[in-house]
Ligand binder design. Structure first.
Ligand SMILES: Nc1ncnc2c1ncn2[C@@H]1O[C@H](COP(=O)(O)OP(=O)(O)OP(=O)(O)O)[C@@H](O)[C@H]1O
Length: 695
C-alpha cells in the first residue's frame, strides 16, 4: 500500500497476501438502502496469528463489516475470504447480547457448546475456566439476574468456548474493569501464539495499541491498516488519535464531494457467504436445541403450567358455556280465564276430560304446566298492554302469552265439535303469543318450546279423555334417527370443530412463540453463525411441541369426551390421525408466521387473526351449510374446513377412511401441511430477514 493512500486503493502486488491471510476482504461494497451505502470498496487483510484492532467512530460500518465476515449478511459486491473453512472454527461475539436471559450462565454456555459439537464434560471444564477468568458470578445464576457488563462477559465466554481459530469480537471490552480488560488483551495475545487470529472492534484507541495490526475505519473505508508503531512512525505522530485525525482530514479533502452511488457496481447475484455450510443435519445441534427447550421449560414452569392449563380451561369453559339451551327464561302470562290469577291453578281441578266442560275446568292451567316443564319461569301480568310494556322495557322477559276469557270452553267446543266448531270457538281457543326476537337464537328457541308445550298440552287433553294422544299431535312421526348421537345439541356439533381448532391452534402459538422469540433476541442468528441449520431447530422444536401437544390433546379429549360426554362413536385411530395432521399444520403455520413477522406484535396479529377466520368458517360458530354462497365456493379450500367435516363424519356417523368425506378431510390436511412446509422453505430461501432481525 502506498504510504498515505487509503486501503481501498489496493496495490496489485498485495493480491498474493489474500491467499495467505486469515481474513481478506476485497472491494467490499454494502448498502442497506440505495442511499445508505455503508462499505465503500473496502479492503482489509488480517494476517494469521495476529490481533487486528478495528477502530472507528460510531456508525462508520465496523459491525456491518464484521457481519459480512462472519456470514451474517451478504456483501453487495466484493469478496470475503477466510482461511478457516468450517463454521465451528469461528468464534463470534456480536454487539447485541443474543443469549437466553431466562437461562442460567451455564445453560447458555451448554447450549452454544452443544451447537459447536462439544460434549458435556468439555463444556463444563471450559465453562469453569472461562467463568473464573472472566470473573463471572456463579454459573447457576440466571443471565437476567446479572449486570449488563456481566451479561456481555457471558457472551464473550460463548465466543471463546470452543477454542476457535478465528475469533471476531464486536466491542468485548465495553464497560469492563481496566484490570479485567487488560487480562483479556493478554489472553488474546497469548492465543495468537497458538495460531489463533482475532479481530476486535473497540472505541478505546489506547487499548488498541496492544493489537499487532490496526485498521482505522471511517465512512465505510479503511483509512489505514498497519501496526500501531508503523502507523505513528509513518504519519509522524506521537499517538494513534493524532494519526486518525490526520487521516480523517485527508479523507475529508480527498472526498469533499460525496461519491455518487452509481460508481459502485453491484453484482447481480450477491457474492457467496464466506463459510457456506454444506454439512447435513447434525445430531449435536438438534440436541442443543432440544436441551435448551428442556432448560427453558424447567425455568419457565409457569409457562409450562399455562400450556397445560390452557386446553383444560378452554375445553371446560367451552362445554360449560356453549351449546346447551338457555333455561329459566321468563315468559309473561295474561290469563283472562283465571279470576284469581295463576294461584287459582293450584286450587282448581284441571285434569278432567275436556269433552265434559264445566265451569271449574281451567285448561290454561294444564297449558301453563307444560310451559313450566319446558323450564320457563312464568310471570303474571294483568293485561296485554302492561305485559308488552314489560317486554319492551326489560331484557328479562322473552315472550307474552295471552289466554282469552273463555279459553277452556272454546277449546272444549273445538275438541267436541271437530270440523263443525264455530268460528268463535276456533278464535277463542287460540292463545296469542308475542315473542321478543331481538336475540334471534333465544327468540327462536322460545318459539320452538312454546310449540312443543302446546303439542304436549293437546296430547295430555286427549289422554285424560282416554283417547290416543296422537289426536293432539301434528300428523307426522319422527322415527329412530339414522345417526343417533343421543340428544343432539349444538355443542355436539361444535365440539368437533373445537377439538380440530385446538389441535391446530395450540401448536401454532407454541411454535410461533418459540421461533419468533429466538429470532427477535438474535439467538437464531448467533446459532446460525455458529453452524446451526434451521432444519435442526425446526425438528427439535417440533418434537418438543409434539410432546406438549399430546399432553394438551389428552387433556382436551378427556374433558370433551370423558367428562362432558360429547358424542364419539367412530374409529379412534382415524380421528387421532385427523387431529395429528391438524397439529402438524399448526406447527408449520406457526413457524411460517414467525419467519414472516418482524415484530412480536405482527406475529401476535397474524396468529390470532388467522385463527379467528378459521374459527368462523370451520363450522365452530355456525354450520358451513348456511354460509354465503360465495364463501361456500371457497371455504372448502381453507385449512381445517374439510378435516372438520371428516372428523364429524367419523365421530358422529361412524364413516370409515374410505368414505369420500373422510378422504377429502385427509387430502385437505396433506395439501395444507405441504403448503405450509413449502412456504417455510420459500421464506427461508427468499425472505431477507426470515431468521434475522437487523437491529
Ligand atoms: N439493518 C440496517 N438497515 C439500515 N441501516 C443500517 C442497518 N444496520 C446498520 N445500519 C446503518 O449502517 C451504518 C453503520 O452501522 P454499523 O452498526 O455497522 O456501525 P458501527 O461502526 O458498528 O457503529 P457502532 O460503533 O456504534 O456500533 C449506521 O449508519 C447504521 O445506521
Amino acid at each position: 500500500m502506498e504510504n498515505g493512500g487509503f486501503v481501498g486503493e489496493i496495490c496489485a502486488d498485495e493480491t498474493d497476501s489474500t491467499a495467505q491471510a486469515a481474513v481478506a476482504v476485497r472491494n467490499a461494497y454494502k448498502r442497506y438502502t440505495p442511499t445508505a451505502v455503508i462499505l465503500k470498496n473496502l479492503n482489509m487483510t488480517v494476517k494469521q496469528s495476529t490481533v487486528y484492532g478495528l477502530l472507528g467512530p460510531s456508525g462508520c460500518g465496523k459491525t456491518t463489516l464484521l457481519s459480512c465476515i462472519v456470514g451474517r449478511i451478504h456483501l453487495d459486491s466484493g469478496s470475503v475470504n477466510l482461511r478457516i473453512r468450517q463454521k465451528s472454527k469461528l468464534g463470534y461475539m456480536p454487539q447485541t447480547l443474543q443469549l437466553y436471559v431466562q437461562l442460567t450462565i451455564y445453560e447458555n454456555l451448554a447450549y452454544y457448546g452443544y451447537v459447536f459439537g462439544m460434549d458435556k464434560k468439555a463444556i463444563q471444564e471450559k465453562a469453569d475456566e472461562l467463568c473464573t477468568f472472566l470473573q463471572l458470578p456463579p454459573q447457576h445464576k440466571l443471565v437476567s439476574n446479572i449486570s449488563g457488563g456481566q451479561q456481555r462477559r457471558v457472551s464473550f465466554a460463548v465466543a471463546l468456548l470452543h477454542d476457535p481459530e478465528l475469533l471476531i469480537l464486536d466491542e468485548p471490552t465495553v464497560g469492563l474493569d481496566p484490570v479485567l480488560a487488560n487480562n483479556i488483551w493478554e489472553r488474546l495475545l497469548e492465543m495468537t501464539k497458538h495460531g489463533k487470529t482475532i479481530i476486535i472492534t473497540t472505541h478505546y484507541i489506547e487499548e488498541a495499541k496492544n493489537a499487532h495490526q490496526i485498521g482505522l475505519m471511517r465512512g465505510g473505508v479503511l483509512l489505514a491498516e498497519e501496526s500501531p508503531s508503523s502507523l505513528m512512525a509513518n504519519y509522524n505522530c506521537s499517538s494513534l488519535e493524532e494519526v486518525f485525525l490526520k487521516l480523517s482530514y485527508k479523507q475529508e479533502t480527498q472526498q469533499s464531494q460525496p461519491q455518487p452511488i452509481e460508481e459502485f457496481t453491484i453484482a447481480e447475484k450477491p457474492p457467496p457467504l464466506p463459510l457456506e455450510d454444506t454439512s447435513v443435519f447434525r445430531f449435536t445441534r438438534f440436541y442443543a436445541t432440544f436441551m435448551k427447550l428442556l432448560y427453558l421449560s424447567r425455568r419457565e414452569l409457569r409457562f409450562v403450567a399455562f400450556l397445560i392449563c390452557l386446553p383444560l380451561a378452554q375445553s371446560v369453559f367451552f362445554n360449560l358455556a356453549i351449546g346447551t339451551d338457555p333455561t329459566d327464561l321468563k315468559i309473561g302470562i295474561v290469563d283472562d280465564e283465571l279470576s284469581h290469577g295463576l294461584r287459582e291453578c293450584r286450587m282448581s281441578r284441571n285434569n278432567h276430560c275436556a269433552y265434559n266442560y264445566t265451569e271449574d275446568l281451567k285448561l290454561s292451567c294444564l297449558y301453563l304446566d307444560e310451559l313450566e316443564k319446558k323450564n320457563f319461569k312464568l310471570i303474571e301480568f294483568d293485561d296485554i298492554v302492561s305485559g308488552k310494556k314489560a317486554i319492551k322495557s326489560s331484557d328479562q322477559t322473552w315472550a307474552l302469552i295471552h289466554f282469552p276469557r273463555n279459553y277452556s270452553e272454546a277449546l272444549s267446543q273445538r275438541v267436541n265439535d271437530g270440523h263443525d266448531a264455530s268460528g268463535e270457538a276456533l278464535f277463542h281457543s287460540s292463545v296469542d303469543v308475542w315473542v321478543d326476537l331481538s336475540n334471534q337464537y333465544i327468540g327462536n328457541m322460545v318459539r320452538r318450546d312454546i310449540y312443543y308445550a302446546t303439542q304436549n298440552f293437546l296430547q295430555s287433553i286427549f289422554m285424560v279423555c282416554g283417547d290416543s294422544p296422537r289426536l293432539g299431535s301434528l300428523p307426522i312421526v319422527f322415527n329412530e334417527p339414522i345417526h343417533d348421537i343421543g340428544t343432539p345439541g349444538f355443542i355436539h356439533f361444535a365440539s368437533v370443530a373445537f377439538i380440530i381448532l385446538s389441535s391446530f391452534y395450540f401448536p401454532l402459538i407454541s411454535s410461533e412463540a418459540l421461533i419468533l422469540n429466538d429470532k427477535m433476541e438474535g439467538i437464531i442468528e448467533r446459532s446460525v453463525v455458529a453452524g446451526m441449520k434451521f432444519a435442526e431447530i425446526a425438528v427439535a422444536d417440533s418434537l418438543f411441541l409434539g410432546v406438549v401437544y399430546i399432553l394438551q390433546m389428552i387433556i382436551t379429549m378427556v374433558v370433551l369426551y370423558g367428562v362432558f360426554h360429547n358424542p364419539f362413536k367412530g374409529d379412534v385411530a382415524i380421528s387421532l390421525a385427523i387431529l395429528f395432521l391438524a397439529g402438524v399444520q399448526g406447527i408449520f403455520f406457526g413457524i411460517l408466521i414467525a419467519l414472516n413477522s418482524n415484530t412480536y406484535t405482527e406475529g401476535a396479529y397474524l396468529g390470532i387473526g388467522s385463527n379467528l377466520v378459521l374459527t368462523f368458517i370451520s363450522g365452530l360458530v355456525w354450520p358451513i351449510e348456511s354460509h354465503h354462497f360465495l364463501l361456500k365456493l371457497v371455504s372448502p379450500y381453507f385449512p381445517l374446513v374439510l378435516p372438520t367435516e371428516g372428523l364429524r363424519a367419523v365421530t358422529a356417523k361412524e364413516w370409515g377412511i374410505d368414505h369420500p368425506v373422510v378422504i377429502k378431510g385427509f387430502q385437505s390436511s396433506f395439501i395444507w401441511c405441504s403448503i405450509f412446509i413449502i412456504g417455510v422453505f420459500l421464506t427461508l430461501k427468499f425472505k431477507k430477514n426470515a431468521l434475522i432481525i437487523y437491529k
